[in-house]
Design a protein. Structure first.
Length: 287
């Protein structure tokens, strides 16, 4: 049982929306830059500003981690009164946030930093699991050990509607982007060992293939923890979200366990509009 109060924190890129406040999870905002102006994700920028900026300039935003000192000050604001901190960072393979947070944590007592090996609500799943453990009385060390054991089971994937952001962000070649547009290829991106990889490519319209993506994912990762599943998207059409929700219910998820969240500015900066993913921890057979 916990002897001290425990604060769960994570990056704004965990895309938990109202759940940050509802579950008392600290949201540490990352940087997003539009042109010559820098913003804090989910503080003074939202995805609609990114879409407007891209339409006007044809340029993508830039995203960046906060400094080691920023992390130190943030953690210290909790540890000063004896509170332990468990911080879940987006994958160290795609961001410096974990390294910076870990360096800051070493200067303080009672701060546990977990490399989430995921992003968006894939990291959010771990933060919510940590909150469940905290609310059950677990201390910081026990929570971090449980997350370390579960993080490899996080299933985080997305279907991309447009290749423009990936291409301009240097994540696919010009040739791939050309053929993707010419043949309307919709890639599915998957977090594997903390890295973003292409899991499968679907051909045709996004709304015609989204259920194929859902079925493919559920068949491949077929032992979900039914506690919760996310539908996270970058302003996808409501009818598409509803179709995905209905398919998850058919699979067996209770309607109140299906959580819809809108990806924030950090994630939107890299994948563009109408991207959608289902995310869950695939260790239901081990619980």
């Amino acid at each position: 049982m916990a002897d001290k109060k425990v604060k769960i924190t994570t990056d704004s890129a965990s895309d938990l929306n109202v759940l940050f406040k509802e579950r008392d999870i600290g949201e540490f905002p990352l940087y997003v830059t539009l042109g010559d102006k820098q913003y804090l994700d989910d503080v003074d920028i939202d995805p609609t500003m990114i879409f407007d900026f891209y339409e006007k300039t044809g340029k993508l935003p830039l995203t960046a981690a906060r400094s080691i000192e920023d992390f130190y000050d943030y953690f210290k604001s909790f540890t000063d009164d004896g509170t332990e901190v468990v911080h879940i960072a987006i994958s160290s393979e795609i961001s410096s946030t974990y390294d910076y947070a870990l360096t800051a944590a070493k200067r303080l007592d009672g701060v546990y930093v977990v490399d989430g090996r995921s992003l968006s609500s894939g990291t959010g799943l771990l933060a919510l699991a940590a909150a469940d453990l905290r609310d059950g009385g677990a201390n910081g060390e026990a929570i971090s050990k449980t997350l370390e054991a579960r993080k490899s089971e996080v299933q985080a994937s997305f279907m991309i509607n447009t290749l423009d952001f990936l291409y301009k962000g240097g994540r696919c070649s010009g040739l791939s982007a050309f053929f993707g547009k010419a043949f309307s290829i919709k890639p599915t991106l998957q977090l594997i060992d903390g890295n973003i990889t292409v899991a499968r490519k679907f051909m045709g319209k996004f709304d015609k293939n989204i259920i194929k993506y859902v079925d493919y994912t559920l068949e491949r990762y077929d032992h979900p923890d039914m506690t919760r599943v996310f539908i996270t998207h970058t302003h996808a059409e409501p009818a598409v979200v509803d179709a995905v929700r209905a398919r998850l219910v058919e699979f067996g998820f209770a309607p109140d366990k299906i959580i819809e969240t809108i990806a924030g500015a950090t994630i939107t900066s890299h994948c563009g509009k109408s991207t959608l993913g289902i995310l869950y921890i695939n260790d239901g057979d081990k619980k």
